[in-house]
Ligand binder design. Sequence first.
Ligand code: AVJ
Length: 320
Amino acid sequence: MTEAPEALLEAVLHEALSGLASSPKTLSPWLFYDELGSRLFEQITALPEYYLTRVERSILAAHADEIFRDGTSAVTIAELGAGTAAKTGLLLEAATRFQSEVLYQPIDVSPTALEEAATAIAANIPGVAVRPRVANYITEPFELERPDGSRILSLYIGSSIGNFTPKEATAILHNLREHLQPGDSLLLGTDMAPGAHKSVAKLLAAYDDAAGVTAAFNKNILTRLNRELDANFDLDAFAHRARWNAKASRIEMHLESLTAQTVSLAGKRIHFAQGETIHTENSYKFTDAAVTELLSSAGFEPVHIWHDDNRYFAVTLARA
Ligand code: AVJ
């Protein structure tokens, strides 16, 4: 079910009040994705510095057939956080090369994104029936359909899992695992940690692009609070920061207060010291061992990890 606008506003208020009252201050990354934020994210995926989307697409394109080749019974495809399903078409097309009909079940919080996905797929990929589900797969229960005797291939791609702490990530995948049966599988997309093949600078550039789109995406969270919660953040008094946290193996995005200032929000006053930050996002980066460990702890058995030649990104197939 679609969240009623009042319920969403209530959630924004709750998140802002609790996050800005904590120390260090935080705001949750789901707050990025209002209408403008979703558009800015689409722009990010096309930036020269943001290799993640392009590289993952190339991995999917190169190995789509292998993913379906060993099929013994028809597969239905379920995708968590499908959005507009821009990369899923590759997999759906591959699936239709192995079976005449494919049921695609995208799950997402955004009804408009799901509509866009359903329309594009219906127009471009004959043989695919789309059954969209509006749900927040983290906080709400969801159901997956299993047409007679078919196996479920679940997708969690786009490095979406990277927004969550290892503990949360395990819980999300464990919950997904509970919807599956032996013989079902999961395709997981993860961005690689820096190493011999990939510099920290490469990673940082992906989260701090020259055109400033990521900065606008980060600051849009303040614009949203100004509009929806009657706050008065001065956008010029905060700066976008991307940091590499080596110990936690994650990119962090922050908004740094450039001066000592007091902001009002929903009738409350919030003080910022100069240099104090609001931590708005974690984007965890993985080694193959970390992916294997995560999947195993959630009850999956990793079968194959594919990388691009540069080892920037990984797509892992695991069995339930
Ligand atoms: C949508 C969570 C995969 O972490 O790379 C892009 C979001 N943040 N640039 C990511 C994001 C800044 C993105 N994910």
